[in-house]
Design a binder for this molecule. Structure first.
Ligand code: TMP
Length: 263
């Protein structure tokens, strides 16, 4: 599939013009950053795994009626997506205390929260993505009250779906980050899930041992980062069990391919 000119480069992905109006191609890089890009590395194979994991999760969400930007995976590193106007917010859902909430509220990592909580952060690297309230969002017009309601409702439905999906894979969903976008069609605008859902933006712990399988492996130097992501993919059934250690540079083999011929 021909990709057009590059329109945006982020820390972990590049966006190109898509083959038709209203579409983009999202390319998954191997680059990893943490602490607002103060820590950087290239993690070979990460982009391929995130592409596959995000495809699998987005397709599952579509199936339960949550609209997403995902159209189809094109190859190992690229997917065709709907062009949206990104809402400049990071929507975080937390089930268990970890990361910034521990410092902010003096919680112990691993403590369950009284209930799932949704938080909003303003997407601005210069400011380090500060946490904000719903009142800030409407005062500055980053999203309307209706959009805030929709994002909260979608975020909690995504949380329920993902918690079950990962639990079935023997993984505990601690927290995760979502981004939303506005899709304009004729005179209509609708909010849909955008970006990616992958171990880059989730905390995922083994259900029994608590082993960290997400980007905290990179943030905290906990060991082979890509192996953690690969294990997530394997447990979700996105990779064949025998993909490990073969030295096969062609990359992971797809088992769930949603009816397409394997590439
Ligand atoms: P936090 O505990 O650092 O606030 O992170 C909460 C969740 O959001 C965690 O799953 C990691 C994810 N996240 C991102 O995807 N991007 C970010 O820039 C940050 C700070 C967190």
């Amino acid at each position: 599939m021909a990709r057009g000119k590059q329109i945006y480069e982020g820390k972990a992905k590049i966006l190109y013009e898509g083959p038709e109006p209203g579409t983009l191609i999202q390319f998954f890089k191997d680059d990893a950053t943490a602490f607002n890009a103060q820590k950087k590395a290239v993690l070979e194979g990460k982009g391929v795994l995130n592409n596959r994991i995000s495809e699998f999760v987005m397709l599952g969400l579509e199936r339960i009626g949550i609209p997403t930007h995902f159209i189809k995976r094109i190859n190992m590193r690229e997917q065709l997506i709907r062009h949206v106007e990104i809402v400049p917010l990071e929507v975080v859902v937390r089930n268990v205390a970890a990361g910034s909430i521990c410092k902010r509220l003096g919680l112990k990592e691993g403590d369950p929260l009284p209930r799932s909580v949704v938080e909003f952060y303003y997407k601005d690297d210069k400011l380090g993505d500060p946490m904000i309230s719903e009142d800030h969002i409407t005062a500055w017009g980053w999203a309307s009250p209706q959009e805030i309601d929709d994002m909260m409702a979608y975020a909690l439905r995504v949380n329920d779906y993902l918690s079950g999906l990962f639990a079935a894979a023997h993984i505990r969903l601690i927290d995760f980050k979502l981004e939303f976008g506005r899709q304009y069609e004729n005179d209509m605008v609708r909010l849909i899930l955008a970006d990616e859902i992958s171990p880059d933006g989730c905390r995922l712990w083994d259900l029994d041992t608590g082993e960290v399988m997400d980007k905290d492996r990179f943030r905290k130097d906990l060991g082979d980062v890509v192996e953690g992501y690969r294990e997530v993919a394997r447990r979700l059934g996105v990779l064949r069990n025998d993909d490990e250690g073969t030295g096969d540079k062609s990359g992971p083999k797809l088992v769930r391919n949603n009816g397409e011929a394997p590439s």
